[in-house]
Design a protein around this ligand. Structure first.
Ligand SMILES: Cc1cc2nc3c(=O)[nH]c(=O)nc-3n(C[C@H](O)[C@H](O)[C@H](O)COP(=O)(O)OP(=O)(O)OC[C@H]3O[C@@H](n4cnc5c(N)ncnc54)[C@H](O)[C@@H]3O)c2cc1C
Length: 376
């Protein structure tokens, strides 16, 4: 079979939140990008995620916020139960005039982003197996698993925590945090009757929570210290059983009840990994016209709920820098784009490093000291 050879201006690897948002940010300044996704469709693992006001600012800049806000309610309050003492603290999640967090289905978010892109700009079942730089600043030749060869002036890795592009840049591999997380949706066809508040339960070594998404669905999560020397099961039914029998047994009964209603097809268990902040501060986040966005740049533990929010911020910032270069030069000039990418890295590196550190320490404080944090 003859190899397909494509020539592109910008290739984005990964059609997750970061990849789709980056493609939209570029489209809004008149630049077409080709997005390569290794799965055969949008990959929706993780059921739901909470987007803080900074993410909504980014989604607004991308022209997507208005599609999601009518579908979901702003979370105004969170009730935090200290499992050891039974003390319950109610905290406001609304910050000054910036609004509050909104929890959305991941599928709805990804589909809302993908809809903004022209047809054929996402190429599914497309996994790079090698990337070669023809010179210091590119162009880059990408060989895909199916034999296709793509050359591109600019290469943006949005390929998540195990990023192939980050490895190509020479960034140090993410490390395990020693904790894992289970997330899923619980479905109550007759309605769940739970108020709109977020409920969190803090205990030594674990943090659990439930977030109603609408009248019939609740997003639930659990983070816990990964048992040493044990291989974690991948069977959703077994995971559900372990959560109910081991982790939920000291929590208020509502938690186990929610887990019992789990839609097992949405259940996801994963070890929590992070890039060490100093690896991000001192590492190569870009080389010539190649860089990384989202988890590919800054995997973090989910304790501040900022991984996806930061990916959206990255996309807007990178789009602004490359867009300015494009407008100033009337086209993508490799040296000028490399400078634009450096501007992006300068703007994002420290913020991302702080978020990684903040998330890690927040998780540590919440699950070690069991003191309810004060929010708002
Ligand atoms: C338990 C948990 C809860 C979380 N809760 C929140 C929250 O409430 N709020 C929040 O903001 N964030 C949250 N996060 C973080 C958030 O999920 C991530 O930061 C976000 O998904 C990152 O998006 P991404 O596009 O960078 O990476 P990903 O979502 O991992 O997407 C990467 C995409 O690239 C594709 N891909 C990977 N490798 C290749 C390859 N070689 N070739 C082609 N395609 C490839 C993948 O298939 C995928 O589609 C949470 C994370 C966890 C683990």
């Amino acid at each position: 079979m003859e190899k397909m050879v494509l020539e592109e201006e910008i290739v984005i690897v990964g059609a997750g939140i970061a990849g789709l948002a980056t493609a939209i940010a570029l489209k809004r300044v008149g630049i077409r990008a080709l997005v390569l996704e290794r799965s055969d469709g949008l990959r929706v693992s993780g059921a739901a995620l909470t987007l803080a006001p900074n993410a909504w600012l980014a989604l607004d800049a991308l022209g997507v916020a208005h599609k999601l806000t009518p579908l979901y309610a702003v979370r105004e309050k969170m009730c935090i139960t200290n499992v050891a003492t039974g003390a319950v603290q109610e905290v406001s999640l609304i910050r000054n005039n910036r609004g509050g967090p909104i929890t959305v289905h991941r599928k709805t978010l990804l589909e809302s982003l993908a809809e903004e892109l022209p047809r054929h700009s996402i190429r599914f079942s497309s996994k790079p197996i090698s990337i070669e730089a023809q010179a210091q600043e590119g162009p880059y030749t990408i060989h895909l698993e199916d034999g296709t060869v793509i050359t591109t002036k600019v290469l943006i890795g949005c390929d998540g925590v195990n990023s192939f592009v980050a490895r190509k840049l020479g960034l140090t591999e993410p490390v395990n945090s020693g904790r894992s997380a289970v997330v899923a949706l619980a479905v109550f066809p007759e309605g769940h009757g739970v108020r709109e508040h977020v409920l969190q339960f803090l205990d030594v070594g674990k943090r659990a929570g439930i977030v109603p998404l609408n009248d019939k669905e609740i997003y639930w999560f659990l983070t816990f210290n990964t048992p040493k020397g044990e291989t974690m099961t991948k069977d959703p039914q077994e995971i559900q059983k372990q959560v109910i029998e081991n982790y939920a047994k000291d929590l208020p009964p509502i938690y186990a009840e929610v887990v019992r209603h789990c839609d097992l097809s949405t259940l996801n268990l994963a070890p929590l990994r992070l890039r060490l902040p100093w690896d991000l501060i001192f590492g190569n986040v870009s080389k010539g016209n190649m860089t990384v966005v989202g988890d590919a740049m800054h995997p973090m533990t989910p304790d501040l709920g900022q991984g996806g929010c930061a990916a959206l911020e990255d996309a807007v910032v990178l789009g602004r820098h490359i867009g300015k270069s494009f407008i100033d030069n009337g086209r993508l000039v490799p040296g000028a784009v490399a400078e634009a990418i450096e501007g992006y890295v300068k703007e994002r590196r420290w913020r991302a490093a702080w978020l990684i550190a903040g998330s890690y320490f927040s998780g540590w404080a919440q699950t070690m000291t069991v003191e309810a944090p004060t929010i708002g």
